[in-house]
Every structure is written in C-alpha cells, then in structure tokens.
Design a protein around this ligand. Structure first.
Ligand code: C2E
Ligand code: CA
Ligand code: CA
Length: 427
C-alpha cells in the first residue's frame, strides 16, 4: 500500500502554507493548520519492530487520506507527525475537524495479536492575517507539544503568542552539542562504566552486575537518558557499544584473576544489532580476553527479539551460538506479548521499574508482576525486578516470586574500584 504518496514533505508543506496564506489574505478567509503527533508511537516500534511500525504508519496515513475532509491538504512532517491544512475553515469547524481526526486514527487497527487504538495529540492554529505564514505552522507545532504534555489524546488550540526560537532547530542544536561532548569524552577518557549489583532474593548471592555508561566532559556529567538517544541517532552508539563490551570484558577478566568471577550485563542498542559487524565485535571480545562468554550477558529490549530483519536475526543467533547469555530488558514497557516468551532465546527477564515504582500499594502492578513472574518461572526464566528502592518493595517482590533484585536499596551503580570493595565485603 503506497499510502504515503500524496503527503507533502516538510518543505512542500511550508511552500503550500505560504501560497494558501496569501490566498487567505486576499480573500479574507480563515486558514487552519492542524499538527498531529501520534502518542507513544515509539512503543509500537519498540514492541513490534520497525517493519510493523512502518505498516501502522502507512495504514493510518491511508485513513487520513481517505477519510479526512476532501479539501484538506496533507503533509508528513516527521516519522510520526502529520500536518493537515484546512483552507476556509474557521472555528468551531476546525475543532470539529480535529475531533474527527482523533476518531479516524483511534479506530482499532490489528497489529499482531493486539488491537491498537492509536491516540494522537493535535495542535490547532488559525492563521492570524498579520503573521508570517510559517509562524502559524510553528504555533500548531507548539500547541501539539502542549497537548502531549497535558497527557496526550487531545487537541490544544494555539494562542496568539509569537514564537521566538524554533522547536526543531533548537532541539537539533542541543543534540549537536551533546554529540560534540560525547566525541570529546570518547577521545579524552571521559567515558566510564559504573556497575550495579543484582542480587538473588533467596540467598543474597550476586546474580550479575549491570554495566551503565557514564559520560563526563568539560567537568560536567551528562545523563545516559540524554546522551544514549543522541548516540543512537547519530550512529556513535556503535563505537560506544564496542568500547562498553571491551571494557566490561576486561573487568570480568580482572575479577576472575582476583578470584571473584562475576557476570557482567551489558546494554545493547538496536543500532548495534542492526550493524552486520556486531558479530565481529562479539568475537573480538572473546579474542581480546580469556573471559568465558557466559560471563558477559547482553541486555536487549523486547522488540529486538521480535525483529524479523535478517541482520538482527543473524546477530542474535551468533551471540547465542558463541555462548553469550541474553536478557530481555525493560520488560513491560512496550506492548509486551507473553505468548512470544516461549520462543525467545533469552533466559532472563528484567521487569521495568515502572511496575515496581507504585509498590507495595499498587495492587494492579502487583497482579501483573505476579502473573508475568509465574509464567516466566514456568518457562524456566530468571526474573529480575529493576528499580527496587524500599524494604517494602523487596518484601512484596519476594511474595510475587521474582528471582533477583536490582535497585538503589541494594546498591547504586559503582565505579570499578568501589565495586571491588563492595565485592570484597559481600563475598
Ligand atoms: P536501564 O538499562 O534500564 O538501566 C537501569 C537504570 O536504572 C540505570 O539508569 C540505573 O542507574 C537506574 N536505577 C537503578 N536502580 C534504580 C532505583 O532503585 N531507582 C531508580 N530511580 N533508578 C534506578 P542510568 O544509568 O541512568 O541509565 C539509563 C538508561 O540508559 C539504561 O536503562 C539504558 O537503557 C541506557 N544505558 C546506560 N548505559 C548504557 C550502555 O552502555 N549502552 C546502551 N546501549 N545503553 C545504556
Ligand atoms: Ca539494562
Ligand atoms: Ca532496564
């Protein structure tokens, strides 16, 4: 289905608004711009893979094309953002058109075994006859972000305020600055791994340590939640990932030397697994150290296990064949499908912090954890609960039957030397 044809790209949208704005001024008719952002669309990609995500986008676009106002001009302005331009549309007609788009997109859509109801946030702006044509687009964009911040699944109407900075440009500038600092850190030794112990609930023994990247540049640290997405976007994560694997393997080797063999868990991003050279990196780790592969665990999110692309499948198969254990990270943050669990080559499941946060009061989270835990245990998997901060959380997680815990209650992520001290006192 080639449903994205007929959608203007960003530049063409701008040209069209320019043209329609002059027309609107001449005729003194209103011009309405709707900026549509799909809510939490990243989760569709994370849960079902990018191919499924592309299909969903194509189907939603097809609905817009066939069911929206026939006079509407449609544009696609980003991966999951659309623009609908409505000539000669005043209020309240513009709001009615926005409501209609909410309904069109939210009709159930089958994705795998799930009926997806795609919510969206819409920013609505009416051209002010004295403003520059592009300002109306910016105001719609800004209103869309307001709608998102207010929880999504709604329309926000843009006020008349003029925009100073540009959303897209501002963001791009910020990301460029982070990228530059990451490069500097990589070259000047500003990168480090900290290690967070994961302990078995039953006997307090050490299950593994998760390696978490830290970045320091120009005397200040940047948080992983800021720099990892930038590294992923720019492809720099492939170099950072290689560095992480080798550094973790070197530590695992050292811990064997000092008589404290410890499994080190390493986070692996999508971009690393979609690169054909990932398998060379794995072999490189084995060639550069004497570490048995069983001591380097790879943490991957669910969608990677379900990815059907040949490279990802081959890379996963190579990891399994070489003997690296696999864990499912952040389980429960996407549209998790329990039925898939039985076929995955992972033997460990890490329950996302989101479930643990509301415990012990949140009975619904508890019920979900208990169900997942029972199923995973029946399938012979180990279940780790992430983000455990209190004794009460630990107790109720024990009741739910999870195998191991990770969180500030047990230990913060530690620099290498502190980890050694920690191991010395806990072994
Ligand atoms: P993650 O894989 O889910 O890692 C666990 C995160 O939870 C870490 O955040 C850890 O510091 C934090 N955490 C642990 N215990 C608690 C707790 O009790 N309470 C709370 N509130 N947080 C806790 P961090 O280090 O900021 O890393 C964030 C994310 O960045 C990681 O989430 C992971 O997705 C990514 N990341 C970190 N290092 C790497 C890396 O080397 N490679 C890749 N690809 N991603 C990485
Ligand atoms: Ca992780
Ligand atoms: Ca996690």
């Amino acid at each position: 289905m080639d449903s994205l044809t007929g959608f203007l790209d960003r530049k063409a949208c701008m040209r069209e608004i320019d043209r329609l704005a002059s027309q609107a001024r001449q005729d003194e008719t209103p011009l309405c711009v709707l900026w549509i952002g799909l809510d939490r669309f990243r989760q569709v990609n994370t849960s079902f893979g990018h191919e499924a995500g592309d299909n969903v986008l194509a189907m939603l676009a097809y609905r817009l094309k066939t069911q929206a106002d026939p006079e509407a001009i449609l544009g696609r302005i980003g991966g999951d953002e659309f623009v609908v331009i409505l000539p000669r549309t005043p209020m309240p007609g513009a709001e009615i058109a926005a409501d209609r788009i909410h309904r069109i997109l939210q009709a159930p859509l089958e994705v795998g075994q799930v009926a997806l109801r795609q919510a969206c946030s819409i920013g609505l702006a009416l051209l002010d006859l004295t403003e520059r044509p592009l300002d109306v687009l910016e105001r719609a964009d800004r209103a869309m972000h307001d709608a998102k911040r207010a929880g999504g699944n709604q329309t926000a109407v843009a006020g008349e305020e003029r925009i100073t900075g540009r959303f897209g440009t501002e963001l791009a500038r910020e990301e460029l600055a982070i990228e530059e600092r990451l490069h500097e850190a990589l070259e000047n030794g500003g990168l480090a791994l900290h290690y967070q112990p994961i302990l078995n609930l039953a006997d307090g023994s050490l299950e593994a340590c998760e390696a978490l990247m830290r970045c320091n540049s120009r005397g200040a640290s940047i948080q992983p939640n800021q720099f990892i997405p930038v590294a992923e976007k720019t492809g720099l994560i492939i170099r950072l990932g290689e560095w992480t694997m080798l550094t973790a393997a070197r530590l695992a080797d050292h811990l064997i030397q000092i008589g404290r063999p410890t499994k080190i868990a390493v986070n692996v991003s999508r971009a690393q697994l979609t690169a054909p050279k990932f398998r060379q990196v794995l072999y490189g780790v084995l060639a550069c150290s004497d570490v048995p592969p069983g001591l380097i665990e790879l943490e991957l999110t669910e969608s990677l296990f379900m990815d059907t692309s040949e490279t990802v499948r081959n890379n996963l198969a190579a990891a399994v064949e070489a003997g690296f254990p696999l864990a499912i990270d952040d389980f429960g943050t996407g549209y998790s499908c329990l039925a898939y669990l039985k076929d995955l080559p992972a033997r460990k499941l890490k329950l996302d912090r989101a479930f643990v946060k509301g415990l012990p009061e949140d009975r619904k989270s508890f019920a979900i954890i208990r169900t997942i835990t029972q199923l995973a245990a029946d399938l012979g998997m180990t279940i780790v609960a992430e983000g455990v901060e209190t004794d009460a959380q630990r107790d109720i997680l024990a009741e739910a039957g999870v195998t191991a815990l990770q969180g500030f209650l047990l230990s913060y992520p530690l620099p290498e030397t502190e980890l050694e001290t920690w191991l010395a006192t806990h072994y």
